[in-house]
Write a protein that binds this ligand. Sequence first.
Ligand code: GLC
Ligand code: CA
Length: 568
Amino acid sequence: MTVTKTWWKDATVYQIWPASYKDSNGDGVGDIPGIISTLDYVKDLGVDVIWLSPMFDSPQDDMGYDISNYEGIYPKYGTMNDMDNLIEETHKRGMKMILDLVINHTSSEHDWFKESRSSKTNPKRDWYIWRPPRIDENGNRQPPTNWVSHFSGSAWAYDELTGEYYMHLFAKSQPDLNWENPETREAIYKSAVKFWLDKGIDGFRIDVASMYSKTYPLVDAPITFTDREFQPCGQFFLNGPRIHEFHKEMYDKVTGNYDAMTVGEVCKGTREESLAYVSAKEKEMNMIFLFDVVQLGYGADDRYEYQGFNLVDFKKAVHDQCEFVSGTDAWSTVFIENHDQPRCITRFGNPSKKYHAKSGKLLAMLEAALTGTLFIYQGQEIGMTNIGRDWDISDYQDIDSTNYYKEFKERVGGDEQKLSKLMENLALVARDNARTPVQWDDSANGGFSTAKPWMRINDNYPEINAKSQINDPNSLLSFYKQVLKLRKAYKDLFIYGEFKVLDYENKNTFTFTKTQAGKTAYVVLNFTEEEQPFEQLADGKLDLLVTNADKLEETKLSPYEGRIYLLN
Ligand code: GLC
Ligand code: CA
C-alpha cells in the first residue's frame, strides 16, 4: 500500500506544558508570553508543530484538563490577546499549532455543569451523567456502581442539592459529559472545537479520545482488587459502543472542514479497535497515541504497582507501535515522553553524569528512526531527568500521585516499608517527573522564573540546562537538531519506512532496519553500560549516517553507543 504524504505525517511536534515552561512575569508560573519568548529556540530545534497543553480557563485541579470555559484563557497564563499573539508568532515562523481538546469532561466550575447540578429539571441536567444513589442492605447510600476513578476513590460524587450522584472518570471536579445527548455534542463542537479552528489553530490533540461512549445500562465492574472498595472499569467506557459514531460526527461537522491535524489519546484496545479510529477511510482522526512503550513495566490496572521490564519487552513495544499501521491506510505516532509520563532518560537510558548525554543521544537516534509523526516533550531535548528519590510526598503536586498516596497509606495502614516502596515507584513513574520547571540555565530557579516556581525544580539544573548545551556542538541538544534534520532528509526511510527487528532475543542491543522502495537504513543501539559485540546482521555495505560514539570500533559497541547506517 502506498502511503499518502501530508504535512502532519512529516511533522516533528513539540509539546509545551504551560505551567512549567517559561515564566515571563515573575509569579512562579509559566505563561503565554514566556512561550512566545522561546519560539526561536523551538523553531531552531527543527520543530514544525507546537502542541500546547491546556491553557483554557480552569480551576487547575488537574492542571487545566478541568476546563471551566473553552473560550477563555487561564488568567495566570495570560489573555486572549496573548493567545492570539502566540498563534500569530508561531505561524510567522512557519510552524503550526495544535491545542488540547478535552471534551470527555469539563470542570465542575463550567457553566454547563453549574446549570446541570442546579435542579433535576434544568434543561442541562442531562448534559452530564446523573444517577440516584444505591441503598445497601444496611440502608446506607452508595454510589450507583463500584467503579474506581482514575485519580483514586469512587468514579461517582454525591451532590447534596438534588440527592443524586454524577459520574467522574477522573477527579471529582471533572464531571463526565453525556455524549448520548445530541444537544451536548453540538455545544461541545461549537465551543471547544470550532471556536478555536476559526481562530486559525491547526488541529488538536484529543484527550482520552476513546472514553466518551459509556456502556449502558451502567453496571458493577468485576472485582480485580479484593482489598479495594472501587474497581477498574475500563471495559465499560474504553472504545464503547457509540465511540466511532461520535468521532465520525465530529469529523463530518467540524474537523473535516479544515486542514486540521488530529491526534487522539487512545489508551487501551486491540489492534483492530485502535485502527478503527485512524484508518483514513473511516474519517475520524489522523493518528493516535499508543502507550505500549511509555507504559512498559506498569501494573496492568495500577501504574504504581510497577513490575519492571527488559530490552526484549522494549523491542516488542516499539515493534507493536511501529507495525500498527503497516499495510493499512492508517497513520501512527512516535513518542517516548509526555506530561503524563516519566522522563525517558531515567526510564530507558542512564541519567548518571557519565552517560547522561550519551544515552540521551541513543534515545534520540531511536526516536528519529521510527515510523509515524514524532512528538517530543519539553525538556526531552536537553535530557531532563526524573525527580530525586529523596523527594518528599509534599514536593509532589499532581492530583494522581497525591491522591494515590493518601489512599495507599490508608490501605496499608501506614506500613513504612510499603510506603517507601511506593515512594520509589513514584520517583520512577509518577506524572510529576515530567512536570518540573524547564531548566533553561544555571541561574536561580533554572532560569524558569525569577520567583520560587509553583513546583519544586529538579536539583540538577546547574548541570542539565539548555544554556550550557545550546552552543556546544557535542551536546544532547545539538544532537537532537542533527538527528531531526536527518529524519527529514531520509524521510522515506525513517518517517515512512517499514520497520524490522533483527535481534529480537538479544537483551543488550537493539538492531533494526527501516526499508522503503529498495533502500534500507540499519540502526544498532547498545542499551547497556557495558561494551557489546557489534555484528552486522544484514548483508550489504554499511555507510554511516550518524553515531554518538567518539570513534567507531569494527567489532565492538561502547556503552550506550548507537549508529545509524545506510545499507547499500
Ligand atoms: C489525559 C491527560 C491527563 C489528564 C486526563 C484527564 O490522560 O493527558 O493529563 O489528567 O486525560 O483529562
Ligand atoms: Ca507567570
